[in-house]
Design a binder for this molecule. Structure first.
Ligand SMILES: [Zn+2]
Length: 278
């Protein structure tokens, strides 16, 4: 596939192409976006989203990083990279977008394995800052998955890991032969945490399971990834809780119980691969 333009950002105000300069991105209509010291750019108009949370805060990002740096999520981070690597077109430039990249671990591992150019967006500025600071070979922007700051048909692969997954928008930025990878929790995911926090854990569903399923066809493949999180240190138990939505449901008593008791926690996730429907 020769003749493909390389990926670039487009202006969130007028949708024109953004030209890249050392300190900023600018479109032909005079809209400017400063590049942060860490290398990322904030492409959320007005810097925030109407009616939606602005994503993970500093503490959640720190907790997620602590859990990932301890290697606890390596089985799923590796599995996503292994799922993605064969999906790239061998003939052309390889480009992947992570819709809700968080602190960047999934995208970085995937790019390392697939030899791909990585573009990560997230509504959380602390998450994007952490991603950009560590993963300098990927491109990071504060932006929404509901309005991806890219041209149509830019990517081979679009990924959404425990994040919003607007089908039409993800497939808009995929090439016609591109693939989307969606990772979501399985029924037993973090069951031991749920058992501590909810009196009737079966009634609880992850918020990520409730949204954004509109328009998704049947996957071309699915894979279950199940492993045990061995939380030897109480600090990691608290960090695991804090990186999940359960944190907000947990009172002081439950947070203490998790720190004392959540020594082994089940991780149960589903990786699904989707293609554009012919
Ligand atoms: Zn513009």
């Amino acid at each position: 596939m020769s003749g493909l333009a390389t990926v670039g950002y487009r202006c969130p105000v007028c949708r024109g192409a953004l030209a890249e300069a050392p300190s900023e991105f600018a479109c032909a209509n005079g809209h400017h976006f400063d590049r942060a010291r860490e290398g990322y750019v904030n492409l959320l108009p007005g810097g925030r989203l109407k009616g939606r949370s602005s994503g993970d805060d500093e503490a959640m990002v720190r907790s997620r990083r602590a859990v990932f740096d301890a290697g606890l999520y390596d089985p799923i981070i590796d599995a996503v990279a292994e799922t993605a690597a064969p999906l790239f077109d061998d003939a052309g430039p390889r480009a992947v977008v992570d819709c809700g990249c968080g602190e960047g671990s999934y995208l970085a591992r995937l790019c390392d394995l697939a030899g791909a150019d990585g573009w990560g967006i997230d509504v959380s500025k602390p998450a994007v800052r952490a991603a950009a600071r560590r993963h300098r070979f990927q491109h990071h922007a504060v932006a929404s998955s509901y309005s991806l700051p890219f041209d149509d048909r830019s990517f081979d692969v679009a990924v959404s890991v425990f994040s919003p997954r607007p089908h039409a928008e993800m497939f808009r930025v995929l090439r016609p032969d591109g693939a989307a990878i969606v990772v979501r929790p399985g029924p037993d995911h973090l069951a031991e945490l749920k058992a501590i926090i909810y009196t009737d854990p079966r009634r609880h569903r992850d918020s990520a399971e409730l949204d954004d399923d509109e328009g998704w066809p049947n996957p071309v493949s699915t894979r279950a990834v199940q492993f045990e999180l061995d939380l030897a240190e109480p600090e990691l138990r608290t960090a695991l809780l804090e990186m999940t939505p359960f944190w907000w449901s947990a009172g002081e008593v439950q947070r203490t119980l998790v720190a004392e008791q959540a020594v082994r926690v089940t991780a149960d996730m589903r990786i699904a691969v989707f293609r554009a429907e012919a």
